[in-house]
Design a protein around this ligand. Structure first.
Ligand code: AMP
Ligand code: ZN
Length: 113
């Protein structure tokens, strides 16, 4: 996806503050942090949203989810964290490349806004 900002981050066409990367996923700091730690974890493959993920993406997404604890530990989130995936219009997804917000270092609120 040539006009996708997160594809460009994954391809290093635009800069980001990378916290973790492997062949399938990349994790970088959100530009507008909503918590003292606010990372975005994304598959490098362009998948528009959770609704756009198919059976062929199960391995990559399973790998991503099982990597989160190590990313959180590295970020110092020993006291817990929140993982958020906004999907579609009502979910308030603004960037149309599947991503998970990893938020921590403060007490989260519930219910979310
Ligand atoms: P969402 O509203 O769930 O689609 O979240 C998109 C997130 O991407 C927001 O928290 C933005 O602050 C963040 N964001 C947008 N552009 C960039 C960028 N170039 N680098 C880092 N984070 C970004
Ligand atoms: Zn993309």
């Amino acid at each position: 996806m040539s006009d996708c900002i997160f594809c460009k981050i994954a391809n290093k066409e635009i800069p980001s503050n990378v916290a973790y990367e492997d062949s399938e996923i990349i994790c970088f700091h959100d530009l507008q942090p909503q918590a003292p730690v606010h990372l975005l974890v994304i598959p490098k493959k362009h998948i528009e949203s959770l609704d756009g993920a198919g059976a062929e993406d199960a391995a990559v997404l399973g790998g991503l989810l099982t990597k989160v604890k190590a990313i959180a530990a590295e970020a110092g989130l020993a006291n817990g964290y929140r993982l958020v995936c906004n999907c579609g219009e009502d979910g308030m997804q603004t960037v149309k490349h599947l991503h998970f917000h990893l938020l921590g270092k403060r007490k989260m609120l519930w219910p979310p806004g």
